[in-house]
Design a protein around this ligand. Structure first.
Ligand SMILES: [Zn+2]
Length: 399
């Protein structure tokens, strides 16, 4: 599978993988007249908790970090009551599986089965249909049970996020550039031609950009994530602010219905979107937290409104300068969309004091763009252009 070949090629380290980490051997679905069964085959028993979330209806199962490299087979496209499957690292120590359900469904049974009859350890989840009211009641109860358990479990409260600031020679005075690889872990982002995941390409592009900026000797860099882990939008901004970043660049790759549509664009923050597509894109990118399932250990999970205060205006002007530089430099290297610098209410660009831009590097729904973004040579081209854009930015603004 393309995704895994890519993971190996770019040497992504799956955090915490050790001899004790349970390994997924496979996953399958069984559709019966009155229930749907979801099974994960594992090489050892794992602990689990779960809860239900409405709008859209989802069953969320959390477990300690496991190693899921086995292809999920047909389960991703669903069957019976299940309409989709997502999984990945949610935060250090927690692996999350999200089952989308097409209609309100209850977990009628969830249990571990020891090896037997030629089968390995299994985690079995049985779902049966219910009404919305029944789902909402079960959702409330499951969230209370989950929260009570999280409070008793010290490991669930750990908040550590790996932040690696790479220092170049001479250190301190060099501007610090925060590079934000969009999506990650349980949130794959867009899934494109050849089953390529946005979260993998953004991480590969972020690493390339970090390497290029560091090699220039003019910048220090900070990666908001350097592994396949989920980060809330707010966390991404906080990581950059705490480290005192001078610029924030969030990397993404979009996907839309028209497979012919291709090209990159650069976005900055605005209360009013420049056009309908920009508004739609922002609301899609802002849903990352919802897609991953809210983290019940943190009340401030959802960044809902984009309110811009006066102090932010100056930052917005600087963001626009950065975006204009990126557009002019990228235009010399890669295919851009016609209206390349656009505005919308992206939650991840909300740092009031850090000029920020969101770079959609291309469309994964387009075969050419999807192929290019998987090419290290193309990602190097992008990184070189962004380096030139940042150089011009700092020539004009000596801070
Ligand atoms: Zn994205």
């Amino acid at each position: 599978m393309v995704v895994f070949a890519l993971l190996c090629a770019s040497q992504i380290i799956v955090s915490g993988a050790s001899a004790q980490t349970a390994k997924v051997l496979g996953a399958r679905l069984g559709v019966y007249p009155d229930y749907t069964r979801f099974v994960i085959d594992l090489d050892q028993e794992v602990d689990f908790t779960y809860f239900l979330l409405p709008d859209p209806y989802r069953i969320i199962i959390d477990m300690p970090e496991i190693d899921w490299n086995a292809p999920p087979g047909k389960v991703t496209s669903g069957g019976g009551l299940i309409s989709g499957l997502r999984y990945g690292l949610f935060k250090p120590g927690t692996f999350r599986v999200v089952l989308d359900v097409a209609q309100p469904s209850l977990v009628s049974k969830i249990f571990s089965l020891p090896p037997g009859g030629g089968k390995p350890n299994r985690l079995v989840v049985d779902l049966k249909p219910t009404q919305r009211d029944g789902f909402l009641t079960a959702s409330r109860q499951s969230m209370e049970a989950y929260s009570a358990r999280s409070r008793n479990d010290t490991s669930a409260t750990e908040q550590s996020v790996d932040v690696a600031v790479q220092s170049g020679r001479g250190g301190e005075e060099k501007p610090l550039i925060a590079i934000d690889a969009g999506h990650g872990g349980v949130d794959p982002g867009a899934i494109g031609v050849g089953n390529v995941y946005e979260k993998d390409l953004t991480l590969a592009a972020a690493r390339q950009l970090a390497e290029t900026l560091t090699a220039s000797g003019r910048y220090r860099v900070l990666l908001t994530r350097d592994k396949d882990v989920f980060l809330k939008l707010r966390q991404r901004v906080d990581i950059a602010r705490k480290a005192g970043a001078d610029l924030f660049i969030s990397l993404h790759a979009d996907s839309i219905g028209n497979p012919k549509h291709r090209g990159a664009s650069v976005y900055t923050l605005s209360e009013n979107a420049s056009d309908k597509e920009a508004a739609a894109l922002a609301s899609k990118e802002n849903k990352a937290d919802v897609i991953a399932g809210i983290d019940l250990s943190d009340e401030n999970t959802l960044v809902q409104s984009i309110l811009i205060d006066l102090a932010q205006r100056e930052t917005m002007n600087l963001s626009a300068t950065l975006a204009a530089n990126m557009v002019s430099q990228l235009a010399q290297s890669i295919e851009l969309q016609r209206r390349t610098h656009r505005f919308a209410g992206f939650a991840v660009l909300k740092a009031p004091d850090i000029p920020s831009a969101l770079f959609e590097m291309g469309y994964l729904s387009n075969a050419t763009d999807a192929k290019l973004l998987q090419s290290p040579a193309h990602r190097k081209k992008i990184a070189d252009a962004v380096l030139r854009a940042i150089d011009i930015y700092f020539e004009k603004h000596k801070f």
